[in-house]
Design a protein. Structure first.
Lengths: 119, 165
């Protein structure tokens, strides 16, 4: 596995957090819940601009993988917890920790395909 | 996203279950909103909830940019989901002097409950926590008791009692 660093995935991690917030705001029940509690929630267009900016900072191939996987999973980029993919909870093979397959700065879980990062 | 049901307080309140001594700041040093958020996120690093304070702070600030999480009456509940936190966590902080948190009533905030959680599709606990905090601090006498609570044990006791009032 190639070296996976927070720095290399920084923009994508932020992009996922923005996507999560956008999904919540677009969900009428979730958004109204916050408003009912007294929170102010406005300005989703600003978030969409932030998303565009972050997307432009992500490697094209990685972004493509993220977009494709996000149709399947709510959370596409997940931490490796111990030697386990925290998305599908399957242990990652030891070999995958040493492999350097194609020089990419990220790795995919061999079981579920999610993008992995180290905590 | 599936519908979310807000559950009433249980015998052991959710908020109470999430309290940690390492996440209690008895007196914020910060005098401004921006640095107060940084100080609270630093507590998350100390408690090993995250190793990436900058990324978590970005998520919290993005939520603040949608509208202040200052609720008025001296209470603020900054909250965000972040891929960079390992678990759901709450920082409770006091500021006896108060901080301008852009609350709707224009008054400074004295009590802060910062909630962070990983992005999960079905996480009613996160929303229930928000609701429970709002419920817990609805009474002026509880808010005052919390503001007077200088130690973690007192804070826990007051919040436990408040959940059952």
């Amino acid at each position: 596995m190639s070296e996976t660093t927070y720095e290399g995935l920084d923009a994508l991690v932020q992009l996922q957090d923005v996507d999560c917030l956008i999904k919540e705001l677009k969900d009428p029940e979730m958004a109204s819940h916050e408003v009912k509690l007294g929170f102010s929630v406005e300005g989703i267009s600003g978030l969409e601009r932030t998303r565009e900016r972050l997307a432009s900072q992500v490697d094209g191939r990685l972004l493509q993988t993220y977009e494709r996987m996000s149709r399947r999973f709510f959370r596409v980029i997940v931490p490796i917890a111990g030697r386990v993919c925290s998305g599908c909870r399957i242990s990652l093979p030891t070999s995958s920790f040493n492999r350097n397959s194609d020089g990419a700065s990220y790795d995919l879980c061999e079981n579920c395909g999610r993008i992995l990062y180290r905590r | 996203m599936s519908p979310v049901t807000i559950a009433p307080p249980r015998s052991t309140p959710l908020l109470w279950q999430h309290l940690q001594q390492a996440l209690f700041i008895s007196e914020l040093k910060s005098k401004r909103k921006s640095s107060a958020l940084e100080e609270m996120v630093s507590a998350l690093v100390t408690a090993e909830v995250t190793r990436h304070p900058d990324g978590v702070l970005d998520a919290v600030r993005r939520r603040e940019a949608l509208g202040s999480t200052g609720l008025g009456k001296g209470i603020a509940v900054p909250h965000a989901r972040s891929t960079l936190v390992t678990e759901r966590a709450i920082v409770v902080a006091r500021s006896p002097k108060g901080i301008d948190f852009e609350s709707p009533d224009g008054l400074p905030s004295h009590l802060f409950f910062m909630i962070v959680a990983p992005p999960l599709e079905r996480d009613p606990v996160y929303l229930n926590l928000l609701a429970e905090i709002v419920r817990s601090v609805r009474l002026a006498k509880t808010r005052q008791r919390l503001l007077d609570a200088t130690n973690f044990a007192a804070l826990r006791r007051i919040l436990h009692e408040a959940a059952h009032e």
